[in-house]
Design a protein around this ligand. Structure first.
Ligand code: NAD
Ligand code: IPM
Ligand code: MN
Length: 355
C-alpha cells in the first residue's frame, strides 16, 4: 500500500476543531479503502507554541515541514496577538518559502444547498479560483518611518514578477483546459494599478497563445464582484493576484452558502516542496471553543489532499459523503442544519462506512 506522511498542523481556534474532524474522516476513508496508509505527525505550531517559545515556527521548522508528503493546516490567529504577527509568523512564512505559488480554491454548491443569491441556480456556481500565492500584494515588503507622528509614512510594496505571473497564468490555463467548459477569466486591476497589473494582462495574452482551445476573457476585479453575483453561470476557472483572489474567494464561498465549506490547496506544482491543504476560513473568534464550526472546509481540503496524492477514489468518497450529509440536512448551522462539529463528523463517517 502507498504510505503518505502527513504533517498535521491544527493551529488556533476552530482550526484545531475542524482538523480533528478532517483527520477522523481521513482515517475512516483509509480504513474503508484499505489500499493506502496515512502517517500523521502532529505539528504543534500556533499561538500557544509562540507564547512558549517566542516564535511561530522554530528555526528548522521549514526543514521539518519539507519532509512530509503533504501538510494539513487548520488556521492561525488569536485575539491577543496582532494578526500581522501570527500570519507572517506561520501561514505566510510557509506559503512563500515553500513556493506553493498556486492556491486552488474550488467553489460549488453541495447537494441541495441553495446559493446565497436568489437569482442564482445551484449549478450556476461551479468554479475554480486560482490565486497567485507567492508574491504580489503579499510580498511582505514595505516599512514605516516616524511611527506614531502625524508625518508618519507607511509603504506596502506589491511586487509582481514576469516569471511569477507567467507560471500562475500557465497553471490557470492548464486547469481551465482540463475542465469541460475550457473557460478562463483573468482578473486584474490594470486601470489603476498601471505597472504590475498591466504586465499581468500582457503575460496573460502571451500565455493564452499556448492554449488556443481555452476561451478566455479579462475582468477588472471590481466589476468581477458584480459578475460573480449576477452572472455566476458565465464563469468557470478564474485567476488573479494574491490579494484580489483572497477577497474574491471569500465572496465566492459566501455565494455558495458559507465560508465554512470553502477548501484550499496551496500547491507547489513542481513538487519540490510539500503542498499544504487548509480551509479558507480563519480561527473564527466568535465561535471558537463552542464545537459548532462547520468542518466541511477542512474535510473538503482533505479530499483535495487525497486527490493531489493520487488517491482520487478516496477523495471522491469524501465529496460524496459531504453531498449526502447536505441532502439529509445533517449540517452545522451555517448551512441551515442543527448539528455540531462532532455530530457532522459522525454523519460523514457513517456515510463513508456505508460505501
Ligand atoms: P474567519 O474566517 O475566522 O471568520 C469570519 C466569519 O465566518 C466569522 O463569523 C466566523 O464565525 C465564520 N466562520 C468561519 N469559519 C467558519 C466555519 N468553519 N463554520 C462556521 N462559521 C465559520 O475570519 P476573521 O474573523 O476575519 O479572522 C479571524 C482570525 O483568523 C484572524 O486572526 C485572522 O487573521 C485569522 N485568519 C486566519 C486564516 C488562516 O489561518 N488560514 C484565514 C483567515 C483568517
Ligand atoms: C486566506 C487568509 C490569509 C490570506 C490571511 C489569514 C493571511 O485570509 O488564506 O485566505 O490572506 O491569504
Ligand atoms: Mn482569506
Amino acid at each position: 500500500a502507498n504510505v503518505y506522511k502527513i504533517g498535521c498542523m491544527p493551529g488556533d481556534g476552530i482550526g484545531a476543531e475542524v482538523i480533528e474532524s478532517a483527520v477522523a474522516v481521513l482515517r475512516a476513508c483509509e480504513t474503508k479503502c484499505g489500499d493506502f496508509k496515512l502517517e500523521f505527525t502532529d505539528l504543534p505550531y500556533g499561538t500557544a507554541y509562540y507564547k512558549q517559545t517566542g516564535a511561530y515556527l522554530p528555526p528548522d521548522g521549514l526543514d521539518t515541514i519539507r519532509k512530509f508528503d503533504a501538510i494539513l493546516f487548520g488556521a492561525v490567529g488569536m485575539p491577543d496577538v496582532p494578526d500581522s504577527v501570527s500570519l507572517w509568523g506561520l501561514l505566510l512564512a510557509m506559503r512563500g518559502p515553500l513556493q506553493q505559488y498556486a492556491n486552488l480554491r474550488p467553489v460549488k454548491c453541495l447537494k441541495s444547498i441553495v446559493p446565497a443569491v436568489r437569482t442564482a441556480k445551484p449549478e450556476d456556481i461551479d468554479w475554480v479560483l486560482v490565486r497567485e500565492n507567492s508574491e504580489g500584494e503579499y510580498a511582505g515588503q514595505g516599512g514605516r518611518s516616524h511611527r506614531g507622528f502625524d508625518w508618519e509614512v507607511a509603504t506596502e510594496l506589491a511586487i509582481f514578477t514576469r516569471h511569477g505571473a507567467r507560471r500562475i497564468l500557465r497553471y490557470a490555463f492548464e486547469i481551465a483546459q482540463a475542465r469541460p467548459r475550457k473557460l478562463l477569466t483573468v482578473v486584474s486591476k490594470s486601470n489603476a494599478q498601471r505597472y504590475g497589473m498591466v504586465m499581468w494582462d500582457e503575460v496573460a495574452l502571451e500565455v493564452s497563445k499556448e492554449f488556443p482551445d481555452v476561451k478566455w476573457d479579462k475582468m477588472l476585479v471590481d466589476a468581477m464582484t458584480v459578475r460573480m453575483v449576477h452572472k455566476p453561470e458565465t464563469l468557470d476557472t478564474i485567476v488573479g493576484s494574491n490579494l484580489h483572489m483572497d477577497i474574491l474567494s471569500d465572496l465566492a464561498a459566501a455565494l455558495a452558502a458559507s465560508i465554512g465549506i470553502a477548501p484550499s490547496a496551496n500547491i507547489d506544482p513542481t513538487r519540490q516542496s510539500p503542498s499544504m491543504f487548509e480551509p479558507v476560513h480563519g480561527s473564527a473568534f466568535d465561535i471558537m471553543g463552542k464545537g459548532i464550526a462547520n468542518p466541511f472546509g477542512a474535510v473538503w481540503s482533505a479530499a483535495m489532499m487525497l486527490d493531489f496524492l493520487g488517491e482520487a477514489k478516496a477523495g471522491k468518497m469524501i465529496m460524496d459523503a459531504m453531498d449526502s450529509c447536505c441532502e439529509i440536512g445533517q449540517t452545522t448551522g451555517d448551512l441551515g442544519g442543527s448539528l455540531n462539529t462532532a455530530q457532522v463528523t459522525e454523519a460523514l463517517i457513517k456515510a463513508i462506512n456505508g460505501y
